[in-house]
Design a protein around this ligand. Structure first.
Ligand code: NAP
Length: 278
């Protein structure tokens, strides 16, 4: 069975570079999708309280019969729980919903700069890390100025920053900022939810390599060093997206895909996204 290479986080923890994302996977489809992904060889699942499927992710992991240590599980703190004690309580619920004693990675889902103080939220994540209930902690959707506040005002450097990134939004400056602080880049919506797959430049690379457009784009991420977790509910695509470790893109193809950057987001801008669910 194929396996994903791993990336070493700033505390020595290893994370599989290719994982499986479950945003917009309905609870009724989640056990089946995660079970399929684990069968195919994925050993890294990216979920969140906001996705409403932590329980089903946990059920699929338990039912897989795999050792807990062999599956890397990420979840994220929902936007309504930024105050310190709320964050601790929400973390407890996440562990309980997943049916796990610890998560491998726990993230602040969005910085919500206009709503609250993510520095206080980060201190709650530091606490669960110190209690060994999260093997690593990090952030998601943080811009450099948000990260600078954490770097200046708190003790632990985030292990990752999970940001939207794909050929239409390469995030070069933020990726470089993260890297310069030892923060690994995780790319969400690595396929831009499918929008990049018909691009003529990607099609050229498809013609040259004989691989699919999704494989080309995921391979581009892997060679850039991004950690990715494409989502699919289809067995054929779950397999296709995992089979990217037996070919390599040339320097020219890598550069051509990176040149597609046009600053185009599929999701909201973290500076103005301040949605807090009831
Ligand atoms: N931190 C954050 O704020 C944040 C935000 C968004 C996402 N994420 C994480 O990132 C993960 C991935 O992002 P995403 O789900 O938004 O987008 P994505 O992985 O870029 O794209 C998923 C879409 O592409 C389709 N697809 C998947 N593989 C394909 C293939 N081989 N060929 C053609 N189409 C394919 C899927 O459809 P089918 O399911 O029908 O195959 C789905 O519509 C999420 O699941 C979540 O874990 C995090």
């Amino acid at each position: 069975m194929a396996t994903s290479p791993t990336v070493t986080l700033n505390n020595g923890v290893e994370i599989p570079q290719l994982g499986f994302g479950v945003f917009k996977v309905k609870p009724t489809e989640t056990v089946s999708a995660v079970t399929t992904a684990l069968r195919v060889g994925y050993r890294h699942i990216d979920t969140a309280e906001m996705y409403g499927n932590e329980k089903e992710v946990g059920l699929a992991i338990t039912a897989s019969g795999l050792d807990r240590d062999d599956v890397f599980v990420t979840s994220k703190l929902n936007n309504s729980h930024h105050p310190y004690s709320d964050a601790l309580a929400a973390f407890d619920r996440t562990l309980s919903d997943l049916g796990l004693e610890y998560v491998d990675l726990f993230l602040i889902h969005w910085p919500l700069p206009a709503v609250g103080d993510f520095v206080e939220t980060w201190r709650a994540l530091e606490s669960v890390y110190r209690d060994d209930r999260a093997r690593a902690i990090g952030v998601s959707n943080f811009h450099a100025d948000h990260l600078r506040r954490l770097l200046d005002e708190t003790e632990l450097v985030p292990a990752v920053n999970q940001i939207e990134a794909h050929p239409y939004l390469t995030q070069e400056p933020l990726r470089a900022f993260n890297a310069s602080h030892g923060i690994k880049n995780e790319a969400w919506s690595p396929l831009a939810r499918g929008r990049v797959l018909d691009d003529p430049t990607i099609k050229d690379v498809v013609d040259r390599t004989g691989r699919t457009a999704a494989q080309v784009v995921l391979r581009w991420h892997i060679q850039l060093g991004n950690i990715v977790f494409p989502k699919s509910v289809r067995l054929d695509r779950i397999e296709e997206n995992f089979n990217i470790f037996d070919f390599e893109l040339s320097g020219e193809d890598m550069a051509a895909i990176s040149k597609l950057d046009r600053g185009e987001r599929t999701g909201p801008d973290p500076d103005t996204f301040n949605y807090v669910p009831d």
